[in-house]
Design a protein around this ligand. Structure first.
Ligand SMILES: Cc1cc2nc3c(=O)[nH]c(=O)nc-3n(C[C@H](O)[C@H](O)[C@H](O)COP(=O)(O)OP(=O)(O)OC[C@H]3O[C@@H](n4cnc5c(N)ncnc54)[C@H](O)[C@@H]3O)c2cc1C
Length: 472
């Protein structure tokens, strides 16, 4: 008979690993089970194309990771995690060869929006500068779980952040600033008229000024490996290659914490239709490239940025998002791209590069978006196609097959739109708890949602350690 654990965690994505670490560092015994042969979930690195080219099939750039209150409280640097900062966090090129940028300096950022909007941008971000380390813990916790550290800043942020990005950016005269902010909000894969998309844009803009948009040396796997190594040092056990199908397959434990979709959790733990109202959102078409040289961007700023967004106007970005959300095949997709080898040349053979790109497509879409994505890249980097040595593509079916949390290819594990952007997975005093007293959910289906920051795992672990301590 196996001994009783304090907690069993299912799924070794950033949230499952964080939940396991948070419990282990508070003295609880923890065992973790992961379906795949390696830990990481959406934070992994693989040779997807040619030997020596190290790609991130999922997350690549980590403003929310470097700025995460959970990760910052852990000694992950001792376990090999090193953040590499590109010269510019983000460039958003325009057809005239110039670009809007997100720079570490808000002044340089403001200037890139043109004279009519520079002051407006500075006034938008000014109240929050220098406050990341109180604002983000306040914002990332469950709002009704204790008092905020800085209620004034949080309220100011809430008033702006709850707005759709479409409203938030009406203060700008020109489309340069609007297009850049729409691109930031597009990370949520929701229409720009959707509530709280303004908050997404603002968080990413502030992150650039406060903590940067870095990449981990060696790729995103470094985050997961550091978390797993720290967990093992704390006495946690990690099992890979074990897909959990039923609760009674797991060793006996006082708490079970699931880094899974709500749908899978309901099936595994017999919770019936507890999450029947939970909605899954649109998907992406991802391409990882092995390149013979750096991307030949026309814009000089794009050539020095870790991340490059492609969407020449707010109108074009809106149309692309509407198409993905409404189930239309992509025609002119908005693209999020990243250039890891600008800061980390060791991820490709000498002189070669890896390049990361995705565009939004409908959930479950089984077409091939390679052509429309490359047409978009060529608009801003003529000659790009000539540099392609190899490419690995993944649309919704492949993404869903790779990770059970991407239901229909939804990389956010639940639409980030409407009320569900704020109430994840549903309205509850403790959103991580379930109808089963020992079962918890910790994936990005829960507040504060997608991204590699571990805060859903941190918040879920907090609910677990409170319950375990109450019961002695
Ligand atoms: C293409 C793409 C690009 C992205 N880009 C970024 C980015 O640049 N920056 C960023 O911050 N975020 C990005 N994200 C989002 C980010 O990866 C996710 O939000 C994050 O990984 C969610 O973490 P999680 O722990 O909740 O779930 P996941 O990372 O999805 O991990 C869940 C884990 O649970 C395992 N699992 C599921 N079911 C079971 C089961 N029954 N038994 C055992 N194990 C199970 C899965 O195999 C997986 O390992 C991207 C995602 C994708 C797909």
């Amino acid at each position: 008979m196996p001994s009783m654990r304090d907690a069993v965690v299912v799924g070794a994505g950033p949230n499952g690993l964080t939940a396991a670490v948070e419990l282990a560092r508070r003295g609880f015994s923890v065992e973790l089970f992961e379906a795949l042969d390696t830990v990481g979930g959406g934070a992994r690195t693989e040779e997807l194309t040619l030997p020596g080219f190290r790609h991130d099939p999922c997350s690549a750039v980590h403003p929310l990771g470097v700025g995460s209150p959970a990760f910052s409280a852990m000694p992950l640097d001792r376990y090999g995690l090193e953040w590499l900062h590109p010269e510019l966090p983000l460039a958003h090129p325009f057809p005239d060869g110039t670009a809007g940028v997100l720079s570490r300096s808000e002044a340089e950022t403001a200037v890139s929006f043109g004279p009519r909007d520079a002051g407006r941008y500075r006034r938008l971000v000014a109240p929050f500068l220098g406050r990341w380390h109180t604002l983000v813990p306040d914002f990332f916790k469950v709002p009704w779980d204790g008092l905020p550290r800085d209620p004034v800043t949080l309220s100011r942020f809430g008033l702006l952040g709850l707005q759709p990005v479409d409203w938030l950016t009406r203060r700008f005269h020109d489309d340069r600033a609007r297009a850049l902010m729409f691109g930031l909000a597009a990370h949520a894969i929701a229409a720009p008229t959707s509530p709280a998309t303004g908050g997404i844009a603002l968080v990413f803009a502030l992150a650039a000024h406060e903590v940067g948009w870095p990449l981990p040396r060696g790729g995103s796997q470094a985050i997961s490996d550091a978390l797993a190594a720290y967990l093992r040092d704390l006495g946690g056990e990690v099992h890979t290659g074990v897909e959990v199908r039923r609760l009674d397959e797991l060793p006996p434990a006082r708490a079970y914490v699931f880094d899974t979709s709500p749908t899978a959790l309901a099936r595994i733990a017999g919770l019936g239709d507890a999450y029947r109202r939970f909605r899954y959102g649109a998907s992406v078409f991802k391409i990882d490239y092995a390149l013979d040289g750096p991307v030949p961007w026309t814009s000089a700023d794009a050539r020095r940025a870790g991340t490059v967004h492609i969407g020449p106007s707010s109108r074009e970005i809106t149309a692309a998002l509407h198409a993905a959300v409404e189930g239309e095949r992509p025609h002119t997709p908005f693209l999020i791209t990243a250039q890891p080898t600008l800061v980390d040349p060791g991820r490709a053979p000498e002189g070669k590069h890896v390049f990361w790109a995705y565009g939004h497509v409908p959930r479950g879409w089984s077409g091939d978006a390679t052509e429309v994505i490359e047409r978009q890249i060529e608009r801003f980097a003529p000659g790009f196609r000539d540099l392609v040595l190899a490419r690995a593509t993944a649309g919704p079916p492949e993404l869903a097959a790779r990770n059970a949390n991407y239901v229909g290819g939804d990389i956010a594990c639940g639409a980030f739109s409407g009320l569900q952007a704020l109430l994840r997975p549903k309205l509850a005093r403790v959103p991580y708890a379930t109808a089963h007293p020992a079962v918890y959910l910790c994936s990005s289906a829960t507040w504060p949602g997608p991204g590699v920051h571990g805060m859903s795992g941190h918040n879920a672990a907090k609910a677990v350690w409170r319950r375990l301590r109450e019961r002695g």
